[in-house]
Design a binder for this molecule. Structure first.
Ligand SMILES: Cc1ncc(COP(=O)(O)O)c(C=O)c1O
Length: 394
């Protein structure tokens, strides 16, 4: 039965990870994989997460199943983090998911169940899993221009021109903050204009927010999302706790849907039914850690402090890299790096240039020139800047 199978194309990021592991050069720098790293190159377990885990270890009395949609306390804690009480709970349906990826998938399955004719509009470029998941869920998809690489800035005109092709009932997928891979985010005005546009055309926003707290702070990073929730009757949200809680492997995510009160019960039971048909019960450990941290004032304060340190480290490295590139190239061509947000930016570059960065300079970036700023250290910045300037600025 498997004779017809062919191997899917290898995942570009996983390939880079493997090449990096196999590289014996001690000075190698991994700017490929999308995890936060500290100055020592570690992806730490956050202090508040350790505290919550030790509290859970002491106090947990059962590991029996939770509920198909996960623990309501987790829904409430995440709704509070994301929406800060912007809506009453009667207008929020929620289901725990297997990470942000699982949440995106669940939201897409909900869209397909509710309106199989809907097209999901996805930014170009985007996190590659968006297109992959939409394909596997069987949703129609279209792309909209998002980024002007030559200017290192949003392509507002292109975006609105492309989204002009959306029909009522379609869904527009937006990154809540720290756009992956470009690092170029909406301003408050962009969010307000988008809210008007979506409302006028009867389009539903779908916000993927995987980096809340990595941009400016947890509140500001959710401001666009909150504005849409305030202005539009229905918003789909997929959130991940992988990055901001450092819970990558625990697979903590959530799908929230804000809706008119009368629609909530049907959405809630559909989400539970979709979980039933794929994973039955969602994983609980990461979700419980998140709930514990967010509902304990001391743990929450410590989490916010550590998260703020991670954010400042990334912002500092952005400035250092932009400054070093200014010196190397004598131009402000890469100045956008300092203004962008989150872990990623794209520098462009052909496949040959990416290979040269790797082979000649031991600098690993993903195809298209996406780099994970958190993979830098203040020590490696000058060397990486030299490599980037040599290879990309020729
Ligand atoms: C934009 C975006 N959404 C969602 C995710 C999902 O994260 P996870 O499934 O690890 O929670 C990621 C992770 O890289 C991402 O970049």
């Amino acid at each position: 039965m498997f004779q017809s199978l062919t191997a899917p194309p290898p995942d570009a990021i996983l390939q880079v990870m493997q090449l990096f592991r196999d590289d014996p050069r001690p000075e190698k720098v991994d700017l490929g994989v999308g995890v936060y790293r500290d100055d020592a190159g570690h992806t730490p377990v956050m202090r508040a997460v350790k505290a919550a885990e030790s509290y859970i270890l002491q106090s947990q009395e059962t590991k029996s199943y939770t509920a198909l949609a996960g623990d309501p306390a987790y829904h409430a804690a995440m709704a509070d983090l994301l929406l800060a009480g912007a809506l009453p709970s009667e207008r929020i349906a929620a289901a725990a998911a297997t990470g942000g990826t699982g949440a995106v998938r669940l939201a897409m399955e909900l869209i397909r169940t509710a309106n199989p004719d809907a097209t999901v509009w996805i930014s170009n470029p985007t996190w590659p899993n968006h297109t992959l998941l939409a394909k596997f869920v069987g949703l129609k998809q279209a792309t909209y221009r998002y980024y002007n690489a030559a200017e290192g800035a949003l392509d507002r005109q292109g975006m609105m021109a492309d989204l002009g092709g959306a029909k009522p009932g379609d869904v527009v997928l937006l990154h809540g903050c720290c756009h992956n891979p470009t690092g170029a985010d909406f301003t408050a005005q962009d969010w307000a204009a988008m809210a008007d546009f979506l409302a006028e055309r009867d389009l539903t926003p779908f916000i993927d927010i995987a980096y809340q707290g990595f941009g400016a702070n947890v509140e500001a990073d959710a401001a666009g999302l909150r504005l849409l929730v305030d202005r539009l009757p229905r918003v789909l949200i997929a959130a991940s706790a992988a990055k901001n809680f450092g819970l990558y492997r625990e697979r903590a995510g959530i799908c929230l849907v804000t809706c008119p009160e009368g629609e909530r019960a049907a959405i809630q039971s559909t989400l539970a039914g979709l979980n039933r048909a794929s994973i039955s019960f969602p994983p609980d450990h990461g979700a419980r850690v998140v709930t514990t941290v967010l509902t304990d004032p001391a743990m929450k304060a410590d989490w916010l402090e550590e998260l703020d340190g991670m954010r400042s480290r990334i912002a500092g490295l952005r400035k250092s890299l932009a400054g070093a590139l200014r010196q190397e190239t004598g131009s402000d061509r890469f100045g956008f790096l300092a203004a962008q947000q989150g872990m990623f930016s794209v520098l462009g570059g052909s496949e040959a240039q990416i290979a040269r960065l790797r082979d000649e300079f031991a600098v690993y970036v993903v195809g298209g020139g996406r780099l994970n700023i958190a993979g830098l250290t203040e020590d490696s910045v000058p060397r990486v800047a030299k490599a980037l300037a040599t290879v990309l600025d020729e």
